[in-house]
Design a protein around this ligand. Sequence first.
Ligand code: HEC
Ligand code: HEC
Length: 188
Amino acid sequence: MKFSIHSLSFLLVFGYLFSSSAPAADAKAGEKKSEVCLGCHGQNGNSNSVQWPKLAGQQTTYLEVQLHAFKSGHRSNTMMQAIAANLSDDDISDLAAYYSSQKPSSAGADAVIAKAGQPKASMCLGCHGIQGEGKGQFPKLAGQHPDYLAAQLSSFKNGSRKSGPMQAVASGLSEADIKEISAYFGSL
Ligand code: HEC
Ligand code: HEC
């Protein structure tokens, strides 16, 4: 596995800029603004559909970075780009404050497949946290829908989702690794 130091330090600086220049976030205002997100991301951000990621309990900085990335087109998804285009910087920080403060529920996963993924997932914990809880710009993976995690890993692998560290990590994973590791994190 190879990481580019440049892309990693770029990410850290990038994350720092966002967190230091963010306006004071208001989770209560975020709750009101989240009405347009409900239909897909579910009550309190605990989506029940594998198509739509859970947002509840996700890291604040990560949520902000992703919403800015959809808005700028750095991360592409037709639905989310259309939504993010209408969000101001204040909306983004309020929504991130709201969703990160919500109690997450675990998606769960097939126990046998998850067990196969556990040893393979150890290489992810240095960035994503010992329990997959995430930190700052490193997303929480614990309890996320396995199919969503697998889809993102495939997008990093084929380059349709850009991220220096994750493209390097995902390029070394087989289809079986992706399935098993995603089940492991989803089961937490
Ligand atoms: C029409 C359905 C839909 C609506 C409405 C919607 N989203 Fe999404 N959202 C998605 C889909 C689909 C994805 C996954 C995109 C991908 O595969 O890259 C996503 C991804 C995200 C992500 C990235 C999550 C991650 O783990 O990387 C964030 C953050 C997000 N949405 C926030 C919001 C917010 C905030 C709103 C309301 C202002 C909203 N979404 C409304 C469908 C929707
Ligand atoms: C060097 C640090 C690092 C390592 C190691 C790492 N990741 Fe990541 N991961 C990141 C960063 C940073 C992001 C956010 C990328 C972005 O901003 O789009 C991320 C994003 C992700 C996402 C997208 C989550 C979402 O909600 O959309 C998944 C899935 C993921 N990583 C899985 C893994 C798995 C599985 C491993 C181990 C095989 C792993 N990562 C190892 C840094 C790392």
